[in-house]
Design a protein around this ligand. Structure first.
Ligand SMILES: *Cc1c(COP(=O)(O)O)cnc(C)c1O
Length: 393
């Protein structure tokens, strides 16, 4: 890649990750070993939960939580249409129905008032997402879930390390889940982690990730003599395990989490400083109650009145200048698969739809230089001016 390319995201890997991976390779133990245990302990500690269960992806983690909570056909799960598609795919996997509610235009998270209106006797859970790491309304979701005695599932795949009103992302609900794809705050290549304080849910997820085997030392559901043996399977499970190689990267990344969050914070601060004076841009805001903001991506949006076509041209213009930019996120309910599954019309969630046509993600990663941020900011300003000019033609 030529040196002037500025990618949308980039993992931050140090010699510590290299050392630990090498250690695993030399140990001969490549799955179900001490690295996974250590990684789980680090994440549980960070979230203040009694359990952390490593798995093969954030998506796999969500799938297991929904199964463990007994959610299935005929059930409804309330969620946001403005997210990465995996958050509601998990609901479809178990045969339940995602019930979308519109979002709040500042936090870009589901509007809590609309959640209460969307509840029905079939509602079995709320699946909430911290969009781009923003924890706003998580406490409100938890209150609604408690009031109606349904579980809150926290898709915190974009919020590892965020602290809001003294609470840590992942720990607001019955269970939370993180994802470690290379564009997240920390990566394991591919990987995920469930966090929970619920012992039974934790054991069920440990069994589900490992082909439905009984969790060793805890016996099986039917108490048979085979319990805990390698070829005894209590339930329909999956291979959703994480390899020791991935876990080793995770251990190193967790040890560097504060450093990585800080670097991302510096980049976000610099972007805000550089972009503040562009009147056509709406910048992300962080509430005071969010004492640690763990930024996932840096998403800005064009002011109301700009069209999807103009936003797409700005993105194309940035890419033409070798600057990575993305249209995070297209609305889930308008994706072809959701059109087939639910058939929700355009206009069903006007705020989410209006926001999603005008948002764009800018290059953002721990280690982006001040100069790179400057180049992105200047080019973005130029591309917006070009759109303004072409409007007058
Ligand atoms: C990244 C992400 C996921 C999925 O994580 P994977 O590890 O890629 O499966 C789920 N939900 C949200 C909101 C995400 O951003």
């Amino acid at each position: 890649m030529p040196s002037h390319d500025i990618p949308l995201s980039k993992p931050n890997i140090s010699t510590l990750e290299e050392q630990l991976v090498l250690e695993v390779l030399r140990s001969g133990r490549l799955s179900i070993g001490p690295m996974q245990e250590q990684f789980e302990e680090l994440v549980a500690q960070r979230c203040g939960t009694s359990h952390a269960i490593a798995c093969s992806s954030g998506t796999a983690g969500l799938h297991m939580i929904l199964i463990a909570l007994g959610i299935g056909p005929g059930d409804e799960v309330i969620t946001t249409p403005f997210s990465f598609i995996a958050s509601s795919n998990a609901i479809l996997y178990v045969g339940a129905k995602p019930v979308f509610v519109d979002i709040c235009p500042t936090s870009l998270n589901a509007n809590p008032e609309l959640i209460e209106q969307a509840l029905t006797p079939r509602t079995k859970a709320i699946l909430a997402v911290e969009a781009f790491g923003n924890p706003r309304h998580m406490d409100a979701y938890a209150r609604i879930a408690a009031k109606y005695e349904i579980p809150l599932i926290e898709d915190s795949c974009e919020a590892l390390g965020t602290v809001y009103n003294g609470q840590r992302a992942g720990a607001f609900g019955r269970a939370g889940v993180f994802g470690f794809y290379p564009n997240k705050q920390i990566t394991t290549g591919e990987g995920g982690m469930i966090v929970t304080n619920d012992d039974r849910l934790a054991d069920t997820c440990r069994s589900l990730r490992n082909q439905g085997r009984a969790v060793s030392g805890k016996g099986s559901v039917d108490g048979s003599s085979n319990a805990g043996s390698w070829l005894h399977h209590d339930r329909l499970g999956f291979n959703y395990r994480m390899s020791e190689i991935s876990a080793a990267i995770g251990v190193a990344q967790m040890q560097r989490l504060d450093e990585l969050i800080e670097a991302r914070n510096d980049a976000a601060d610099l972007y805000i400083e550089r972009l503040l004076d562009i009147p056509e841009l709406i910048l992300p805001t962080v509430e005071d109650a969010c004492t640690t903001m763990s930024w996932f991506v840096f998403v800005v949006r064009l002011a109301a009145g700009y069209t999807r076509y103009e936003r797409d041209r700005v993105i194309a213009g940035l890419r033409m200048h070798d600057i990575g930019a993305g249209d995070y996120f297209p609305c889930i309910h308008l994706q072809p698969i959701y059109q087939r599954a639910l058939g929700l019309a355009q206009g069903s969630f006007p705020i989410a739809e209006s926001v999603s046509q005008r948002t764009l993600a800018l290059p953002f990663f721990a280690g982006i230089t001040d100069r790179e941020v400057d180049i992105v900011a200047q080019t973005l300003e130029l591309m917006i001016s070009r759109e303004n000019l072409s409007r007058r033609d």
